[in-house]
Write a protein that binds this ligand. Structure first.
Ligand code: C2E
Ligand code: MG
Ligand code: MG
Length: 741
């Protein structure tokens, strides 16, 4: 059944209610036929059995007593004749008396017959009058002979007459009895027949009723079940996902099942429509960035694949792929709030589309459509939002770098124009990476990756500019990937070790501790300073693992020195920005220290001011938690980044490490000297001690000492030492004081 087969001319019951009782009547008719059939069956049985009972009663009350009386009368007649005969022969008068009694009984029996069966009245009357004649003559003859009033020889003629009368009586009585006996038999036969007839009639009525019931019920239920089965099987298939929602039930007839089918069809129609709509919505959401309504990454890759295919098939002109990342979007987002950030992204999306719309390479309609339900059209430009503040574009019909550069510049200028967001004016830049198809690649993923690399190049060249992809960039990226993988293996392969650079009290020249500095010795690439790999470790998210390793190694080393009775000094170690702002850092540190928590008071953690600025709230709370474990905090490279004095006041800093560039300049540059003096004075006011880094010679050391810098480290005192060298250095301290060499 398809949708086309079904004509929806049927009107639901709410409009034409009367038309929908067919099925009800049909089911009702089953009950009516059943009841009527049963009543008929009972009536037949009752009437038949009543007739039968009447017949049997007649047999019992009439036929049988008549028969019985006739038999008795017959026997009495014979006995009378025999008595009279014997009385005649033996001259016994008592026999005569006895015959009189028998005659009375005979008459009584025949009277009974007459009373019971009126139709025998005539016959019985005749027999009775015949009997009276016979008995009178025979009795008189016998008496006459016994009393000798008559000679025996004279009696012969009368005797013969009497015998003749007796025989006639016997015949008449026999005939009556035979007739009566036949009637009795007939009555019994009739009763038997009627009983079997009534049983037969009952059975036939029952069978006809049952057959009728079966037929109506079968036709009705077959019709209902077939239609229910069709609906159930359709629903089951739809439920398990193999069914066709376009299926419709035929609307033949006008019964309740048709109404059910009508609503079934209506329900499916609605379900089909809702499913189609929600599928379309899911599709739309799967391919759309809900904030800007632009195509998302998935859709963009699809469009890119389609564009590659199209240009290959049509040998059309080339196209460009642009990767755009907004510059300094995060601070705007953080300062104005996420809602304002969203507004800004929407405004940027609008400008990107408008910019492309203004070029010669896009039709206005296509660009407009991108902001509503987007349907990619072959050969048309595409603007998409990948994630966060990243956008991408396909610019069709771009045959050389100049064409692409012109549009990129237009985009840059358009994005740079100020925005009014939440009543505030703000500005933003965009870094654009461009690659060309097929010049740079003919693969979608490659094109995106290449444009991405070019965008990073734009970022590295001061942001808010554009750069074209260069194959050398790919090599550099591949190198980065190799380096990331190598860093990942550094800990499991035991390729890391620490150097310790001693730190001294400047005026007394006493050893006060050391800074632990990380080294990585790769089996093929050689030994790296952190400057060479820390950035990559940060970018690939591995820096916290490295910092954990350093902390663990320093604690193990302190424990070893403690076990060897070597006087312990403070060991400073460097925490990256990611580590410094890591959630629950103090818990991590405690876990690493394990049973050696008492050694944490010898740990000093160096945090660079730049790293603290990025996430000051997290760093601040971590610092106070670390300090409660007894750990000291130093601010590293002070004066090299964005110096934040609020940091000094907000965080509980113990030491301030003056950056080695500033330390180096103090001996020759008056301004630097003044800056360092101010830093030291400020630190002293805040009761924070100062450490000068990178002291390379005596003049530098003296100048810093004169400026009241408390502590120092640098090649002038000692280069970073291996563990063995530094251990030896510490062992000298057994005598009490260790001084610079
Ligand atoms: P930093 O914390 O400022 O460390 C001092 C850097 O200056 C060290 O370089 C040290 O070898 C170098 N140095 C020491 N004395 C002198 C000197 O007299 N003259 C000059 N020119 N340099 C001197 P290194 O070991 O290459 O470390 C560089 C930076 O790497 C460190 O700067 C620190 O920020 C970071 N770093 C070192 N170890 C780790 C670590 O375990 N974890 C993290 N996250 N960063 C580390
Ligand atoms: Mg340091
Ligand atoms: Mg430093």
């Amino acid at each position: 059944m398809s949708k086309e087969d079904v004509k929806l001319e049927y009107k639901p019951a709410s409009d034409h209610r009367k038309a929908y009782y067919t099925l009800r009547w049909r089911i009702l008719s089953i009950a009516v036929v059943g009841t009527v059939g049963f009543i008929l069956f009972l009536a037949v049985l009752l009437s038949e059995s009543k007739d039968n009972a009447d017949l049997l009663q007649e047999i019992r009350d009439v036929r049988y007593p008549v028969q019985e009386s006739l038999v008795a009368a017959f026997n009495e007649l014979e006995a009378i004749d025999s008595n009279l005969e014997h009385a005649f022969i033996s001259s016994n008068t008592s026999l005569l008396d006895h015959s009189m009694q028998l005659a009375a009984q005979f008459r009584a029996h025949l009277h009974k017959v007459m009373v019971l069966e009126d139709k025998h009245r005539q016959d019985v009357t005749e027999i009775l009058s015949g009997f009276d004649a016979y008995f009178g003559d025979s009795h008189a003859l016998a008496q006459a002979i016994i009393t000798k009033q008559m000679e025996f020889s004279e009696s012969t003629a009368i005797k013969q007459q009497n015998a003749h009368a007796f025989n006639q009586l016997l015949d008449a009585l026999g005939e009556l009895q035979t007739g009566q006996s036949d009637e009795l038999v007939n009555s019994v036969d009739a009763a038997t027949m009627r009983a079997s007839e009534s049983l037969k009639t009952g059975l036939i009525t029952g069978a006809i009723t049952a057959l009728l019931l079966f037929l109506i019920a079968y036709i009705t239920t077959r019709n209902i079940l077939q239609r229910i089965n069709n609906m159930v099987s359709s629903l089951r298939q739809i439920a398990v996902g193999t069914g066709d929602m376009a299926v419709r039930m035929p609307l033949t007839g006008a019964d309740e099942m048709t109404e059910l089918a009508y609503w079934f069809n209506t329900f499916l129609e609605k379900l089909q429509r809702v499913t189609q709509e929600s599928t379309a919505e899911v599709q739309r959401l799967a391919f759309t960035d809900t904030l800007t309504n632009l195509p998302n990454r998935r859709m963009f890759l699809r469009c890119l694949g389609a564009e590659i295919k199209r240009t290959q098939q049509t040998r059309d002109s080339a196209f460009a792929v642009l990767f755009m990342d907004l510059d300094n979007f995060k601070p705007v987002n953080d300062q104005l709030g996420h809602e304002a950030g969203d507004e800004l992204l929407k405004a940027v999306a609008q400008r990107l589309v408008n910019t492309v719309r203004n070029t010669d390479t896009i039709t206005n309609d296509a660009a407009q459509r991108q902001l509503s339900a987007y349907q990619p059209e072959p050969g048309q430009p595409v603007v998409a939002r990948l994630a966060g503040d990243e956008f991408m574009m396909i610019l069709t019909n771009i045959n050389n770098q100049d064409q692409a550069a012109k549009i990129a510049e237009r985009i840059r200028v358009a994005v740079m124009r100020p925005y009014m967001i939440s009543g505030m004016e703000c500005s933003i830049g965009v870094s654009i990476g461009i690659c060309l198809h097929p010049e740079h690649s003919d693969n979608a993923e490659d094109l995106v990756a290449s444009a991405d690399m070019a965008m990073y190049e734009a970022k590295n060249h001061g942001k808010n500019t554009y750069r074209f992809f260069d194959p050398a960039l790919r090599e550099a990226t591949e190198l980065k990937v190799r380096l990331d993988n190598a860093i990942r293996l550094a800990i499991p392969n035991n390729e890391l070790h620490l150097l310790f650079q001693p730190q001294f009290h400047l005026s007394s020249q006493k050893l006060i501790g050391a800074e632990a500095l990380l080294r990585w010795t790769h089996p093929e690439l050689g030994t790296f300073s952190p400057n060479d790999f820390i950035k990559r470790a940060e970018a690939s998210g591995q820096i916290c693992d490295l910092d954990d390793w350093v902390l663990k190694t320093v604690i193990t080393q302190l424990r070893e020195w403690e076990n060897n009775n070597i006087a312990l000094t403070d060991i400073a170690l460097n925490f990256s920005a990611a580590q410094a702002s890591r959630p629950n850092l103090a818990t991590v540190v405690e876990k690493i220290a394990g049973a050696n928590k008492h050694l944490l008071k010898h740990i000093e953690i160096e945090i660079t001011e730049t790293s603290a600025i990025d996430n000051i709230a997290a760093v601040e709370s971590n610092i106070s938690a670390l300090k409660s474990l007894g750990i000291k905090i130093a601010m590293d490279d002070f004066g090299s980044g964005h110096s934040s004095l609020t940091l000094l006041t907000r965080c509980e800093i113990d030491k301030l490490k003056i950056d080695k560039v500033l330390s180096a300049e103090v001996k020759s540059d008056q301004k630097s000297r003044d800056v360092v003096r101010s830093i030291i004075q400020l630190a002293s006011r805040l009761e924070v001690s100062t450490v000068a880094e990178g002291i390379e010679d005596e003049i530098q050391c003296q100048t810093l000492t004169q400026l009241n810098c408390d502590l120092g480290q640098g090649y002038f005192f000692s280069k970073p030492l291996t563990t063995t060298e530094f251990t030896r250095f510490l062992q000298k301290g057994k005598d009490g004081v260790i001084k610079a060499a």
